[in-house]
Design a protein around this ligand. Structure first.
Ligand code: GLN
Length: 546
């Protein structure tokens, strides 16, 4: 009984197909339908875990240890569901499976081809997700832009799904950019028309077109899109710029999109219940306080590189009635000239984010130390947690040149070392310590205060760990090791008492944060940042001087 919605994109990549698809999911969910999402990435990597965030944007991690596309993060956040790694399909996976079958002799006597063997494998994977979850609707986003060579087998596969499942059970949504011509202020629909033509050339006639435009498109542009797209005007919608992405489902449903989809797919007509979502969106829009956070890491131009951290901060801030300003401060600047650390003084809180490799790490260590010394709220995530431990080892335990062996294999004090099971691995792909692992929290600690429980399940992605040989030295000098893996073998959380907020976590709490349900570590950090903003710190200092 499951219905299928396919979302394609035109004109440019990064037009927000993922947000539109997540919004469609939300429109169905508030009408009581069970939905899930699939993301197709037509690249040859088996997963995005081997790409760097500057290339690809953030690597999102699922509970079951998938290293997957960042759009999956949007689906989890909008729909408040956990996805699994098989819901991110890549060309690498498809070919791997088909070639493996060929070697096993499963196609004996046949010539193995893109159609039908590759397309069959694509369909098999989409159907498998649908069957497993007994869902009303499965949404599938095809990454990239219509016309990309890599995307062709996927478009062919979803074209075939229409033939197999029928018109009433399948719906094609095409999302394309409508630029506004700077000189005349006109909305130009020609690029969109071309991308629709490209889609039709492949055999897909879109049922719905979503124009991605800076502002709500006018009736003239809408009429043109409908005419050239061969769809009624009531099937043309516009995703325009809004203050928070969580408004997108509301603006699309207001235009009648939810209603249209239900009617077109023969889903029961139900009144949507937006009350919860409206409240969440209001908390973002109405926030009146401001909190300024410095992210100290390797500089990246791509806003998408740490999207879950940005979102987690926004969720936490909204829950505290605040808007968050996140500024990237290049940690290499602290290495060149440590007086640059002064820049951090004007911030309410400091984050050292996840990372890999030695470049910029000395600056991250300096930033972690600065936050400790100056009483600035600090949150270290994964690599940031590791660098906070290194800073403490160097500056408090007096372990000169202490480091992670990732940065300096010859350090005299390997405070962070490769986990034993990480040694001698042949494959780099999918071989980190990944996904959800249980953590036991010590009572009467900051971590316990935040989570309010002794057991949590958090998502991981790392190869290094705090070296057990140094646990005692760290504790003897006042660092609290407040969370451990459930087998007691690895440190998961550290904190420094008598500090407004100093927390490091080996895991990635940002992957579990949802709008309206901020993640406790982020919430605690943002609360502390608001409490200890610069004004409050200055006042404190004066009182201490008096
Ligand atoms: N590079 C570190 C490790 O592998 C941290 C990884 C991360 O920040 N995700 O342990």
């Amino acid at each position: 009984m499951t219905k299928f919605i396919f979302v394609t994109g035109g004109v440019l990549s990064s037009v927000g197909k993922g947000i539109v698809m997540a919004s469609i999911g939300k429109m169905l969910q508030v009408r009581g339908f069970r939905v899930t999402a699939i993301k197709i990435d037509p690249y040859l990597n088996v997963d995005c875990g081997t790409m760097n965030p500057y290339q690809h944007g953030e690597i999102f991690v699922t509970e079951d240890g998938g290293e997957i596309d960042l759009d999956m993060g949007h689906y989890e956040r909008f729909l408040d569901i956990n996805l699994t790694k098989d819901q991110n399909i890549t060309t690498g996976q498809i070919y791997w499976t088909v070639i493996d079958k060929e070697r096993r002799g499963e196609y004996l006597g046949k010539c193995v081809q893109i159609v039908p063997h590759i397309t069959d494998e694509i369909k098999r994977r989409i159907y498998a997700v649908a069957e497993r979850n007994s869902l009303d609707v499965v949404l599938t986003e095809i990454g990239g832009t219509v016309g990309d060579i890599e995307g062709l087998p996927y478009l062919e596969a979803v074209r075939q799904i229409r033939v197999e499942k029928g018109y009433e059970k399948t719906l094609y949504v095409h999302v394309a950019l409508v630029p506004i011509l700077h000189v005349t202020g006109e909305e130009k629909t020609k690029p969109l028309q071309h991308s629709v033509n490209e889609l039709r050339r492949i055999g897909i006639q879109p049922d719905i077109i979503v124009a991605r435009c800076q502002r709500m498109i006018g009736s003239e542009a809408k009429a043109k899109i409908a005419l050239f797209g061969t769809i009624p005007e009531s099937a043309v919608f516009c995703s325009y710029d809004v203050e928070t992405i969580y408004q997108v489902p509301l603006i699309l449903d207001y235009q009648g999109m939810g209603e249209y989809i239900c009617q077109r797919l023969g889903l029961e007509r139900r009144k949507p219940d937006w009350s919860l979502w409206n409240g969440i969106v209001r908390s973002f829009l109405d926030a009146s306080k401001k909190v300024r956070i410095a992210m100290c890491g390797k500089y990246t131009n791509l806003a998408d590189s740490y999207i879950s951290i940005n979102e987690a901060l926004k969720h936490a801030a909204a829950a505290c009635g605040a808007k968050v300003q996140i500024d990237w401060i290049d940690s290499e600047g602290f290495e060149r000239d440590p007086s640059n650390l002064k820049k951090l003084e004007s911030y309410d809180g400091i984050i050292v984010p996840p990372g890999f490799g030695a470049r910029g790490t000395e600056g991250k260590i300096l930033a972690a130390n600065y936050a400790r010394e100056r009483g600035l709220p600090f949150l270290g995530i994964c690599f940031g947690f590791q660098m906070a431990v290194v800073a403490f080892a160097r500056y408090i335990c007096n372990l000169k040149d202490a480091n992670s062996t990732e940065n300096d294999p010859d350090t005299p004090h390997p405070i962070l070392d490769l986990m034993p099971e990480q040694r001698g691995l042949e494959y780099k792909g999918g071989s980190m310590r990944l996904g959800a692992h249980e953590i036991i929290i010590k009572p009467k600690t900051l971590a316990y205060n935040l989570y309010g429980t002794e057991k949590i399940l958090e998502r991981h992605r790392h190869r290094w760990e705090v070296n057990p040989k140094y646990w005692q030295i760290l504790e003897a000098h006042g660092m609290v090791l407040s969370g451990f893996s459930s087998d007691g073998r690895r440190v998961e959380i550290i904190e420094i008492p008598n500090h407004p907020f100093y927390l490091g976590v080996q895991f990635h709490p940002e992957f579990k944060s949802r709008p309206g349900k901020p993640e406790p570590a982020y919430k605690g950090f943002v609360e502390a940042a608001i409490r200890c903003n610069m004004g409050a710190r200055k006042k404190n200092e004066k009182e201490i001087i008096k």
